[in-house]
Design a protein around this ligand. Structure first.
Ligand SMILES: Cc1cc2nc3c(=O)[nH]c(=O)nc-3n(C[C@H](O)[C@H](O)[C@H](O)COP(=O)(O)OP(=O)(O)OC[C@H]3O[C@@H](n4cnc5c(N)ncnc54)[C@H](O)[C@@H]3O)c2cc1C
Length: 380
């Protein structure tokens, strides 16, 4: 296990931290308030290589290791959790499946566009009746001469209304259960694709999350990703990496809760002294900092295990996501408490952090599903 960042990782962390402070922090509250997608920020991030962080250099990416990638998601999320999750989905759930399962033609066609941020990626697995149980999906893809015809509805899709390239999962053989699910690379300008409603959410409001509707959508046969029936395996593999991204997002949110709490508790005076002088506040700060450090090491451990390349890292990724997301929620509760009544108003950042933290316990597998993954790998 790697406990300390190497020189290159430290350099990337410094660069992204400076970028986030200068470009992400000043607009985060406003984007959240307006529910506005961070298009301009993503363009700037693409120029710095953040959108192609894990894409090999030969396809126009930065070719970074997973720890470096996790530091990017953490530092961006520390200032804006919406921009953080968009970055994570784009890299882990869209670039990764193409890198690992794409044909040479697919890699050459799609990876440079994604790495340059010319098109944003989305991952469309969830359906109204298939959330934790993705094997129950009903969207179908039928091969007709040299085209697949896709029909069905997806829901809760991050960047759904903004994405140009979408990894879509659909049933090609109903009788085969999860082994009858296939993955496709879909372009949003293909005929038969429609964006449905955009959700009015509790948090991460700058991440536009929508329904996607496929009505007799025709996609070329060569846009099948992997082989027919590989879809479930591709989705689970992508989600293992995605959970490292969401865990890093959660660490970023938790760290922001701590940053805000330290600053506020030194300033706010009650009973003639800063509230930081009260042991009750000190203990909350100490507990937050300790959990955040532990969560960050779990993220690094999962990232390190992934990069060792010795097979699945599902358990490590699930542990990182479970612990980091619960740390983020707990840190957000404490941060609002430390801010008292002001923390309950939209004037203070911790109010947004509180709303943003909750989703990390839900998407890319709820905490209950992470516990199933962890216990499943131990009780095999
Ligand atoms: C803001 C947002 C963004 C999202 N982005 C994407 C995206 O980009 N792409 C995408 O495909 N999906 C996305 N999702 C969907 C997300 O991954 C699902 O919401 C999540 O996996 C849970 O599914 P569900 O909402 O259907 O809940 P359900 O599966 O219905 O779960 C409801 C409750 O039951 C529990 N539960 C379910 N099964 C079990 C079990 N076996 N054991 C114990 N408890 C169980 C769950 O833990 C939860 O508490 C997003 C969701 C949101 C809210």
């Amino acid at each position: 296990m790697q406990l300390e960042l190497n020189e290159q990782q430290k350099m990337i962390q410094k660069m992204v931290k400076e970028f986030a402070e200068k470009e992400v922090a000043p607009i985060a509250a406003e984007l959240d308030k307006k529910g506005e997608y961070p298009t301009k920020t993503l363009e700037k991030m693409a120029k710095l290589g953040f959108l192609g962080a894990i894409v090999p250099t030969e396809y126009g990416g930065a070719g970074l290791d997973t720890i470096s990638y996790a530091t990017i998601v953490e530092e961006i999320s520390r200032k804006c959790a919406s921009t953080g999750v968009i970055t994570s989905v784009h890299n882990s759930l869209v670039c990764w499946p193409i890198i690992h399962y794409g044909t040479e033609e697919q890699k050459k066609k799609y990876l440079p566009i994604l790495a340059k941020g010319e098109k944003i990626g989305a991952f469309a697995a969830t359906e109204p009746n298939a959330g934790s149980d993705l094997g129950a999906m009903q969207t179908t893809a039928k091969l007709k001469s040299n085209k697949y015809i896709i029909n069905g509805d997806k829901t809760f899709i991050t960047s759904g209304s903004e994405a140009g390239i979408i990894i879509v999962f659909a049933v090609t053989d109903k009788s085969a259960g999860p082994k009858g699910i296939s993955a496709f690379i879909v372009e949003s300008d293909m005929k038969g694709f429609k964006v449905g409603s955009i959700f009015d959410k509790m948090g991460i409001n700058a991440n536009l999350v929508s329904e996607l509707i496929f009505e007799d959508m025709e996609i070329p046969k060569e846009n099948l990703l992997g082989k027919e029936g590989d879809g479930f395996k591709i989705a689970l593999g992508a989600l293992d990496g995605g959970r490292i991204g969401i865990a890093a997002q959660a660490v970023g949110i938790a760290q922001a809760c701590l940053d805000e709490s330290i600053e506020y508790s030194k300033q706010r005076q009650q009973f003639g002294r800063p509230i930081a002088k009260f042991q009750a506040i000190q203990w909350m700060i100490a507990d937050m900092a300790t959990s955040i450090e532990a969560a960050r090491y779990l993220v690094y451990n999962a990232a390190y295990t992934k990069d060792k390349g010795e097979g699945r890292f599902s358990k490590e990724a699930a542990m990182a996501k479970l612990f980091a997301s619960e740390t983020a929620m707990d840190a957000a509760i404490k941060a609002v408490q430390i801010h008292g009544g002001y923390g309950y108003t939209k004037e203070y950042t911790v109010e947004r952090l509180f709303r943003d933290a909750k989703i990390t316990e839900i998407y890319e597998g709820t905490s209950e599903i992470q516990r199933l993954v962890i216990s499943g790998s131990l009780l095999r």
